[in-house]
Design a protein around this ligand. Structure first.
Ligand code: GTP
Ligand code: MG
Length: 388
């Protein structure tokens, strides 16, 4: 297994994709029994989607992570109706889900300006409530950065994932010849001539041991969980992370990536997957591609190339294996078509399964209703039989 110095990942500490907060609505104001006054309602707590915000910024600005609505004003001789408490707004990034601590959804913030009420202020005291004010709602909430893309890029560092995303889409991620250039996920949109859009998530490079949180580890594998399909990217010439770590051919890279996904969560490898064999502009690329294709056809025969504990339980059958060069643009259009084809095929299959299930449910309902009717009419039918 590959071991890497910690310094490579220090920067990763800046990226947060979830945050837990305490929120409490303001308490209502006191009523004034003598004159029958009403206390003001406590202020509510809202989460509001705002441009250029990050979860990290919230945490840095509010280290206690507590957000309280203002208390409602008391009713007084001068103002029989107490003033309403001030609302508290938590400015959060766009693209998050807000849930309770036990995972119940409260709402989603998908566009700038979207707002979700997370804790309602308590009502002020009134003659009808015995002049007693109410406390505001109090709870812990979670903000989760959603990264739901149609396709997730999976590959070792330097394979050219970000370069491919740039070649395929409108995104402009950082690209460099050192490992772990990408430190946080980024989404690009692939546009098609019929205006269909497909989202593609560039994720930081995986390394051997990612499932044990080595390298960028777990946090990014979580995002792979949420994508519909996977696009593996390998360097046709293979990969070596550092001079002390073993060299891995493209075939080995595919199997090691598969194993990492499998060790993290077995279901991940059952997702439909495509393989982009990148850097086809390099010398001997054609020969290496042929070798890779042959190995992928009978992977069992080549397991001797892998360390015993890194042989996957199941070898992935890729829906398409596409040679490309993100640098020259070779094969990029073909890759784009294959991505579309693969997603469309799955969508059609899902729709027909859904129809089938609905049809089954209707049939079942109809049968049950029929049996119920027969049961209900049975005494009547028997009665009819007797009078005849
Ligand atoms: N020759 C050649 N070089 C490429 C190609 N695609 C990418 N590169 C180079 O490979 C290096 C790594 O590219 P990136 O796109 O940053 O790779 P990555 O997979 O995103 O890397 P990480 O973010 O570190 O995981 C850069 O120097 C790119 O210029 C290609 O098709 N041909
Ligand atoms: Mg990258």
């Amino acid at each position: 297994m590959v071991y890497i110095s910690r310094s490579c990942f220090r920067k990763y500490g800046n990226f947060m994709d979830n945050l837990r907060l305490y929120v409490r609505g303001g308490t209502g104001g006191m009523a004034l029994p003598r004159l029958g006054g009403h206390g003001g309602n406590g202020g509510d707590v809202w989460v509001v989607a705002t441009k250029n915000m990050t979860l990290k910024k919230i945490k840095d600005k509010y280290p206690l992570k507590r957000f309280l609505g203002g208390p409602g004003g008391n009713s007084s001789v001068r103002a029989l109706k107490g003033e309403r408490g001030k609302d508290e707004e938590i400015l959060a990034p766009v693209g998050i889900t807000v849930t309770t601590d036990n995972g119940r959804s409260i709402g989603e913030l998908n566009a700038e300006g979207d707002r979700v009420l997370v804790a309602k202020g308590g009502s002020g005291g009134t003659p009808y409530t015995g002049f007693e004010p109410k406390k505001g709602q109090a709870k812990h909430i979670r903000l989760d950065l959603k990264l739901i893309a149609d396709l997730g890029l999976v590959g070792f560092p330097n394979a050219g994932k970000s370069s491919l995303l740039t070649a395929l889409s409108n995104a402009s991620p950082e690209i460099a010849s050192y490992a772990f250039t990408t430190l946080r996920p980024e989404i690009g949109k692939l546009m098609y001539q019929d205006y269909k859009q497909i989202s593609l998530a560039d994720l930081p490079g995986l390394i051997e041991g990612a499932h044990m949180n080595r390298g960028m580890g777990h946090k990014f594998l979580k995002h792979v969980e949420r994508t519909k399909q996977l696009l593996f990217v390998v360097d046709v010439s293979g990969f070596q992370l550092a001079s002390k770590t073993p060299f891995r051919s493209a075939f080995e890279a595919v199997q090691l990536l598969t194993k990492e996904l499998e060790l993290y969560k077995e279901e991940l490898v059952s997702k439909p997957a495509l393989l982009a064999v990148n850097k086809m502009d390099l010398p001997d690329a054609e020969d290496k591609l042929e070798e890779l294709k042959e190995q992928l056809q009978n992977p069992e025969e080549f397991t001797n190339l892998l360390p015993d504990d890194m042989i996957p339980n199941h070898f992935i059958t890729f829906r398409h294996v596409i040679p490309v060069s993100a640098l020259t643009g070779f094969g990029v259009d073909h890759l784009k078509s294959c991505i579309r084809l693969s997603l469309d095929e799955c969508a059609t299959r899902e729709t027909s399964t859904e129809h089938q299930e609905k049809l089954e449910a209707l049939r079942h309902q109809y049968q049950e209703a029929f049996v119920r009717n027969v049961d209900k009419n049975l005494p009547l039918l028997k009665g009819v039989g007797r009078t005849q």
